[in-house]
Design a protein around this ligand. Structure first.
Ligand SMILES: [Fe+2]
Ligand SMILES: [Fe+2]
Length: 135
């Protein structure tokens, strides 16, 4: 898979969300890099853990923003985050440290999911926030 580039088509116009998506994609790319470099299992799992921590942090910050602005789609959006968290943590992390193919399918899954989530679900949220004067 090609590097996940955070280009303008993924910018939603809400500073906090855009900054976090940029970091999120950065962590995904760091994980790809670790895989391509053939980092040791320990190093790879350390980088993967940073990515997973950031997934949780980003979801929770986005949900706080939804709450702050009384977003009517909060419950639905939060369910999507929580289903995805379950799915991501359902992957066998230890196996990924041993088997690059397992790591690749995880990263491909996360990349496809994030691209689609930003373009559809987060975009809807951003449109609402802009209407409420958030930028
Ligand atoms: Fe997001
Ligand atoms: Fe989201």
């Amino acid at each position: 898979m090609d590097k996940f580039v955070f280009d303008d088509s993924l910018r939603l116009g809400i500073t906090l969300i855009d900054e976090q998506h940029g970091r999120f994609i950065g962590y995904i790319n760091d994980t790809w890099d670790a895989l391509e470099r053939g980092d040791s299992k320990e190093e790879f799992l350390h980088i993967l853990n940073q990515l997973m921590d950031y997934v949780v942090e980003h979801f929770s910050d986005e949900e706080a923003l939804m709450k702050e602005f009384d977003y009517p789609g909060l419950a639905e959006h939060r369910d999507k985050h929580s289903d995805t968290t379950d799915e991501l943590f359902g992957f066998d992390m230890k196996l990924m440290g041993d088997d690059p193919e397992a790591a690749r399918s995880f990263l491909n899954f996360l990349t496809d999911w994030l691209r689609n989530h930003i373009n559809v679900v987060d975009r809807e949220l951003a449109a609402y926030l802009k209407e409420k004067g958030c930028s």
